[in-house]
Design a protein around this ligand. Structure first.
Ligand SMILES: Nc1ncnc2c1ncn2[C@@H]1O[C@H](COP(=O)(O)OP(=O)(O)OP(=O)(O)O)[C@@H](O)[C@H]1O
Ligand SMILES: [Mg+2]
Length: 580
């Protein structure tokens, strides 16, 4: 965890990108502070003018008043506007850095962090940092310099009395120190509870239908209520600490001023000072009260900012997805060899795959079958290296996967998974996504036709230009799958992975795609996972998995003849099929 001081140093790094604005803001705040502190000596001049009125004073005093306020106004403008600039730069830089980082973090990071917390980090947490950067820096510099200026003037007038006044400093220090620690702890809890709020809300929005049909409204309302309530409690605790600490510090300052006045009124002290100097001195001392209060109040914002920065920096420090391989290939042959592979998910204690040995020749189609949870999808997510295996090895064209650069490796793979992801964009842009962007519209049309998607796309209001809505809500499950297949077709990669790619299609649609898929599989290494065994009978090799082990391997005919696990699965499904 970053200490407060390190956080400042790192934040300063962000400020560098807005150096000019920051310098202007600092200058503005210093001018503001100087003008504020000048008010006390100005009082001395006013007093002198009252005691010995003259024509000169009549001109000078009003000019002095205007001058001091004009200076303060200029300082205030520069400080406020340019500091806001700095804050926005920090928010923008930090937010884009966090987002960039999110695109580079490994799958295991996403398994461990909820979307709600990640979103809240990009919105709420980053704003806390900005708050600390603008309001806090402004107040610290303005009021800090004001106090320094005032105390400096007091020293000039009467250093002994000033020392008495400053004796209250250490006591204030102790109070602020205690409050600071508490603020930071509470701020961290506020951040987490904000993450919880976003998390519960996004879950409820995504699971809208489940919530409605299973009568989960009450449960979700309670969950949301609890999360929001926790947020309220932590915020109130913070406010309470702040509300108590401010008057306590105020009273300490008042006590110091009281002692000061008591001492100052002693005849021997009074004799040494003019009435004007005395009043200016007391004005300076009591003017200190407001900046000191502001400084103690801003502490809450600073601590929120530090806790928020710590959170953001921790994510920025997460290790990237390992990408140390340098091997690049334009188009691989597509031979995949898996040797003695075992795999355990990060944080799990049971291996999901054990001792897998399998060779898939270039251009072959291999089907994985097996019960739910037997590890079929896991194997397919190891090939694009979504997770890193530690035991055994997978080779693509005889080169270990880890030796490939991630970009080059993933370029070789087209993937259609169990969960189709569509973006809120046009049909065309969903098919020609990412590296495929800008593809020839004619080609997009061809792949859509091959994926049996042309029919429904043309019926959409704007055809290929129709916006699909959040994750393609406007489409049926089967239509979504056909778009995903079209996307994979367009990519035209040497390795094709179809994980239940046609599970949402009816038998009729599946058949019409089947022909297209078979054409696609030609000359390509294909891994198919399908629940409907009828779709994989033609595979060159069928691999039966059970609890992470390969229990059988062979062609459909061989495995049927063997009368083992596969033929049992087959019989079962046909019995089911009869029942349907
Ligand atoms: N991200 C993950 N973190 C930890 N464990 C996981 C993760 N994903 C899957 N598992 C576990 O790994 C095992 C195998 O999952 P996998 O998704 O590979 O099964 P599958 O054969 O594809 O099943 P299905 O036919 O239901 O899709 C399961 O027991 C599951 O609990
Ligand atoms: Mg699966």
């Amino acid at each position: 965890m970053y200490s407060g001081w390190n956080v400042y140093r790192r934040l300063l790094g962000y400020v560098k990108t807005a150096k000019t604005a920051f310098v202007l803001a600092l200058l503005g705040n210093i001018v503001y502070a100087a003008a504020s502190a000048l008010m006390a000596p100005a009082m001395k001049v006013v007093f002198a003018a009252i005691e010995t009125p003259s024509a000169d004073y009549r001109i000078m005093v009003p000019l002095l008043i205007i001058g001091v306020f004009a200076l303060r106004g200029l300082g205030s403008f520069l400080g406020a506007y340019y500091m806001a600039n700095v804050a926005r730069v920090i928010v923008h830089t930090m937010r884009t850095q966090l987002f960039d980082k999110m695109t580079r973090l490994p799958c295991s990071f996403y398994d461990a962090n909820s979307t709600g917390h990640l979103v809240s980090r990009l919105t709420f947490t980053v704003e806390q940092v900005a708050g600390a950067a603008t309001r806090a820096v402004t107040v610290v510099i303005r009021q800090g310099f004001t106090v320094i200026g005032l105390v400096g003037y007091m020293f000039y007038e009467n250093w002994r009395l000033t020392l008495v006044f400053l004796a209250v400093g250490p006591i204030i220090g102790v109070v602020v120190g205690y409050v600071t620690k508490r603020f930071r702890r509470l701020s961290r809890r506020i951040q987490n509870s904000m993450g919880d709020v976003t998390h519960v809300a996004s879950e409820a929005f995504n699971g809208y239908r489940v919530m409605r049909t299973f009568g989960g409204e009450h449960h979700e309302i309670n969950r949301f209520n609890d999360a929001s309530q926790r947020n309220v409690e932590q915020n109130l605790k913070l406010s309470l600490t702040q509300a108590i600490s401010t008057p306590v510090i105020q009273i300490l300052v008042a006590l110091a001023i009281a002692v000061l006045v008591w001492l100052a009124l002693a005849p021997q002290v009074l004799q040494g000072m003019t009435p004007g100097a005395f009043v200016a001195f007391i004005v300076a001392a009591s003017t200190c009260a407001k900046p000191v209060r502001d400084l103690s109040e801003i502490n809450a914002i600073i601590q929120k900012g530090i806790a928020a920065s710590q959170d953001a920096f921790t994510q920025l420090q997460e290790p990237d997805e390992a990408d140390t391989g340098t091997f690049r290939v334009d188009r691989s042959q597509g031979e995949i060899r898996i040797e003695k592979l075992s795999f355990t998910y990060p944080g799990a204690n049971q291996p999901v795959l054990s001792d897998i040995n399998l060779t898939i020749n270039a251009g072959e189609t291999v089907a994985f079958v097996g019960r739910s949870g037997s590890g079929k999808s896991t194997i397919t997510s190891l090939i694009p290296r979504f997770y890193d295996y530690s035991e055994g090895e997978i080779y693509l064209d005889a080169v270990p996967l880890k030796d490939y650069s991630l970009g080059s490796l993933r370029q070789q793979i087209s993937l259609v998974t169990q969960q189709v992801t569509l973006f809120n964009d046009t049909v065309t842009n969903n098919i020609a996504y990412g590296g495929l962007a800008g593809a020839d519209p004619k080609e997009v049309r061809e792949v859509a036709a091959a994926a049996d998607a042309l029919g429904f796309i043309e019926k959409l209001e704007k055809g290929f230009d129709t916006q699909l809505g959040d994750n393609g809500v406007l489409l049926s499950g089967g239509q979504r799958q056909r778009l995903a297949i079209a996307r994979a077709l367009l990519k035209d990669a040497p390795v094709l992975i179809l994980d239940e790619a046609t599970s949402a299609l009816d038998t009729h649609a599946e058949r019409s795609i089947q022909a297209a898929l078979e054409r696609l599989m030609e000359g390509r290494t294909t891994i198919v996972i399908a629940h409907r065994l009828s779709t994989i009978e033609k595979a060159d090799k069928i691999v039966v998995l059970d609890q992470g082990h390969i229990v059988e391997m062979g062609t459909h005919a061989e495995l049927m003849a063997k009368n083992g696990a596969y033929s049992a699965l087959h019989r079962l499904q046909f019995a089911e099929g009869d029942a349907l």
